[in-house]
Design a binder for this molecule. Structure first.
Ligand SMILES: Cc1cc2nc3c(=O)[nH]c(=O)nc-3n(C[C@H](O)[C@H](O)[C@H](O)COP(=O)(O)OP(=O)(O)OC[C@H]3O[C@@H](n4cnc5c(N)ncnc54)[C@H](O)[C@@H]3O)c2cc1C
Length: 340
């Protein structure tokens, strides 16, 4: 396959077909550039509805969209499934699973991955939910554990299979704990008449004293009230120390026996190798200026979850939400057109 760019137009390589990358490519349509979009998957993932896939209320095709189909008719764009493994900014090329590709402009839009904060034991045993395969795995594990509980004779034996612990009371933890509580309240005894509603427990844990910490106090109070009303047990101000696949332990000394720990306590940028350590900020995000240009470069942009656009107004960068990635993507495309 020939990936060399033989036209007179500059080649913009967009790494990642997520919320940010899609906007870059779309806003470069009919512009005097060639666009090569690379993603390790052939589909875009609509992450905001992932919890519904995990909970069985949506099938995965409802949140996965073909990237190739999305760009049908965009003549200046080619798409390839490839993982970018390294960025060699000094020589303007990237290393990928389909070979070396040189670029004129590079846009890094690789998003984020689950942050286990270096705890390998938790990483091994807890269930994350940052991709469609992980959401399906979560769904499968939950159903398997309910089936297992049916086979056991005593309450004590069933307890680890029926205790659900969500770590991280951000939007994902709140959505998942609410959905699990709804399953317990409305579905459990219909689908599993052998089980008792009271035996299934849903805990939502955070080391901060509130749920939805970055949101307004009104939202926090309202979410807390709804969750308690549904029977979610809130363990706020509790720091997880360990989880060995059977018991989760907290710094306070509290322990819960469980086979179901769902980890949504944080994310970190997914950065291919080769980016200078000097520009990697808190949360493994690449530092950029206000127009998303990676610090110290003149033709590499980073947008969305993987980027921290650090300015006087945003000393920690922007929050990792889809709107930020989309707006940055559109602006980067416009800036590239202005530069060339
Ligand atoms: C469960 C969940 C719920 C969410 N709910 C909301 C919500 O309600 N509202 C909201 O605004 N935000 C929400 N978010 C956050 C939002 O999804 C992210 O902020 C957004 O996806 C970031 O866009 P992005 O383009 O930076 O990265 P992504 O959309 O994550 O896209 C990154 C892309 O890069 C690809 N990629 C990664 N590494 C490589 C590589 N090395 N080579 C090639 N391809 C690579 C990936 O396959 C992926 O397609 C949610 C996130 C999650 C996980």
């Amino acid at each position: 396959m020939d990936l060399a760019d033989k036209s007179k137009f500059p080649l913009v390589v967009v790494v990642g077909g997520g919320f940010g990358g899609l906007q870059v490519a779309k806003h470069l349509k009919d512009k005097p550039v060639n666009v090569l979009m690379l993603d390790k998957h052939n589909y875009h993932t609509f992450q905001p509805l992932m919890y519904q896939v995990a909970m069985g209320s949506l099938e995965c095709e409802s949140i996965a969209f073909s990237l190739r189909k999305n760009f049908e008719g965009q003549k200046n764009l080619r798409f390839r499934v490839a993982e970018v493994t390294a960025i060699r900014s000094e020589s303007n090329y990237i290393e990928t699973t389909i070979g070396v590709i040189t670029y004129d402009y590079l846009v890094i839009a690789t998003g984020s991955t689950t942050n286990f904060f270096g705890n390998k034991e938790i990483e091994k045993h807890a269930m994350p939910m940052k991709s469609i395969p992980e959401a399906l795995n979560l769904r499968y594990q939950i159903l398997q554990n309910l089936e297992q509980a049916v086979l056991l004779n005593t309450k004590e034996e069933r307890e680890p299979y029926l205790n659900f612990v969500l770590v991280g009371a951000g939007p994902t933890g709140v959505e998942l704990s609410g959905s699990l509580a709804e399953i317990r309240n409305h579905i459990l005894t219909k689908d599993y008449p052998e089980l008792k509603k009271e035996e299934m427990k849903v805990y939502l844990v955070d080391f901060l004293p509130v749920v939805l910490a970055p949101m307004s106090e009104t939202s926090q109070k309202s979410a807390e009230k709804s969750l308690r009303g549904m029977g979610v047990e809130l363990l706020l101000g509790e720091k997880v120390e360990s989880y060995d696949g059977h018991m989760i332990s907290f710094a306070s000394g509290k322990k819960i026996i469980t086979k179901n720990v769902i980890w949504s306590a944080g994310v970190m940028g997914q950065i291919p190798e080769g980016i200078s350590a000097d520009v990697i900020q808190r949360g493994n995000r690449i530092e950029t200026n206000e127009i998303c240009l990676v610090k110290g470069t003149s033709n590499i942009f980073a947008i969305g979850d993987v980027a921290a656009s650090i300015t006087a107004e945003t000393p920690k960068g922007h929050p990792g939400v889809a709107q930020v990635a989309m707006q940055q993507g559109e602006n980067v495309a416009k800036n590239i057109v202005n530069i060339i």
